[in-house]
Ligand binder design. Structure first.
Ligand code: URA
Length: 185
């Protein structure tokens, strides 16, 4: 683990730890406030993120931004990262060997940000962070605590694009997060 952002960011340049490196345009490292109390973890970059080098800038990200605006979460104040930093082909889920190769970057990011609350966006984030025994349908909307960090699993914003009903639940989950942040700070 690196003690500084400079060392961590330097360590990922030219990363070839897994096969996703062969298809990438940009490494999508993470964005936002490096001292945030609130962090969001997604799955992996899509085509837009790969092109721009920033997480959640495509359709799913725009939907997430709309929810942020409605609820009063400031995108610049939170930190946003993904389980894998390079785009899986055809937007498939990251495979276990890819997630395992990449996860230490994310762990290091969490170590440096020191968030109080982490929102896990979708099943891939939930399983890779808290364990394969968790399912998103049963876990979403419920707080979980690990090593002093509170976790809120919720739907991945891309799931909202496929199923309108999930929008209300996503909204409710983020409202819980907003309220928690107000109580913590
Ligand atoms: N989906 C994700 O999980 N992460 C992104 O950055 C974009 C879409």
């Amino acid at each position: 683990m690196f003690e500084t952002w400079e060392e961590l960011e330097k360590s990922i340049i030219g990363c070839k730890k897994c096969k996703l490196c062969t298809g990438r345009t940009n490494i999508v490292f993470g964005t936002g406030n490096k001292e945030a109390d609130l962090m969001f973890i997604g799955e992996g970059p899509g085509a837009d993120e790969d092109r721009e080098g920033e997480p959640f800038v495509g359709r799913a990200g725009k939907l997430m931004n709309m929810a942020f605006n409605g609820i009063g979460i400031n995108r610049e104040e939170v930190y946003i990262a993904n389980i894998v930093k390079c785009r899986p082909p055809s937007n498939r889920n990251p495979e276990a060997d890819e997630a395992n190769a990449c996860i230490d970057y994310l762990r290091n990011q969490v170590m440096l940000v020191k968030p109080k609350v982490i929102v896990l966006l979708g099943s891939v984030a939930l399983k890779n962070i808290l364990g394969n025994e968790y399912g998103i349908t049963a876990s979403r909307g419920n707080w979980l605590e690990r090593k002093g960090i509170l976790y809120m699993p919720t739907w991945h914003p891309a799931a909202l694009l496929r199923d309108e009903n999930k929008k209300i639940e996503f909204w409710k989950d983020l409202k819980q997060v907003k309220e928690k942040m107000e109580n913590i700070i």
